[in-house]
Design a protein around this ligand. Structure first.
Ligand SMILES: Nc1ncnc2c1ncn2[C@@H]1O[C@H](COP(=O)(O)OP(=O)(O)O)[C@@H](O)[C@H]1O
Ligand SMILES: CC(=O)N[C@@H](CCC(=O)OP(=O)(O)O)C(=O)O
Length: 282
């Protein structure tokens, strides 16, 4: 057994006292400075190890339009030509990532802002051209994340903050959906930590009626998810989010929650929070 494997085996044995929160925030939280402030404060107060993953599609679309680069989405994924890749690199890797890191530092959280290329933390494969050419969009697989260096970074006291950019290992940055990055990180790290994956957005969770915040669904299993899809209770961005969430559950992540960024503090207070995804109802 080599040295790294020995260290990792030891870490696996010690999983008992190693808790990790992987939390993803999307464009609507980033766009609302009050909600973002509150979220980052509550995120900092969570116990244990933490990783933040952020999107920012909304800001990228706004800046694209200002720069005269047309924003095109298909099935919730951005068609990323070379001009768009330049925009998202500036917005995700620069503007949003560095602002979040600076705000976390204010709360005493020693955050370090990363793309998947930094430290070779996340390698992706450019999506093959089939019916649609998505351009510089990266897909993840089970080999995309090698956890060793990420574990070392967290052991050294840093909080990784990942944006929605990865790389292909051959010099090319790729745009990768932030929900997918969060799910892949949770799957890769679930062997080493008691891992909770949380998707925070601007609603209480998955709602029966999207216009009624009181219609929160507290628990969903895959069978109920299928029924909700058939009834068209779930649509648009919530579909890929739930697909990513159930992928994480199927691959060993024990706890996945979808909830409002303003309610994150409920976790510390041991209060109910958002929609919990479960393998199946008992
Ligand atoms: N049943 C549902 N409950 C809550 N949100 C839903 C539901 N069905 C569709 N949605 C939509 O999904 C969106 C969240 O997906 P998305 O925009 O991709 O999130 P993010 O802000 O994290 O990127 C919500 O803003 C909402 O418009
Ligand atoms: C390939 C792809 O679609 N990438 C996303 C990455 C950003 C993201 O995921 O942002 P939200 O979480 O705010 O939606 C995009 O460019 O919109």
């Amino acid at each position: 057994m080599n040295k790294i494997d020995q260290v990792l085996t030891k870490q696996q044995q010690n999983k008992g006292d190693r808790y990790l929160y992987i939390i993803k925030i999307g464009g609507n939280v980033i766009d609302n400075s009050e909600n973002l402030y509150r979220f980052l404060k509550d995120f900092t107060a969570l116990p244990g190890f933490k990783i933040l993953v952020h999107g920012g599609g909304k800001v990228a679309t706004q800046l694209s339009e200002t720069l005269g680069v047309e924003a095109k989405m298909v099935d919730g994924r951005r068609i990323t030509d070379i001009e768009t890749l330049r925009v998202v690199t500036m917005v995700y890797g620069g503007l949003i990532n560095k602002n979040i890191v600076a705000q976390l530092q204010r709360f005493g959280n020693n955050a370090i802002g990363l793309t998947g290329a930094d430290g070779d933390f996340i390698r992706a494969k450019k999506r093959p051209v089939k019916k649609i050419d998505y351009g510089f969009v990266g897909d993840l697989d089970e080999n995309s994340i090698k956890p060793q260096n990420l574990i070392s970074l967290m052991d050294a006291g840093f909080t990784p903050v990942f944006c929605a950019l990865t790389h292909d290992g051959a010099g090319q940055l790729l745009n990768t959906n932030a929900d997918t990055i969060a799910s892949a990180l949770a799957v890769a790290l679930a062997k080493y930590y008691h891992t909770t994956l949380i998707y925070c957005f601007e609603k209480k969770g998955v709602l029966k009626d999207i216009n009624d915040e009181e219609s929160l669904i507290r628990e969903i299993d895959p069978q109920y998810y299928e029924e909700l899809k058939e009834q068209q209770v779930i649509h648009s961005g919530m579909l890929p989010k739930l697909d990513n969430a159930f992928t994480a559950i199927a691959r060993g992540v024990k706890k996945v929650i979808i909830g409002h960024s303003n309610d994150l503090g409920n976790i510390k207070e041991h209060q109910p929070f958002g929609t919990n995804l479960i393998e199946h109802y008992l």
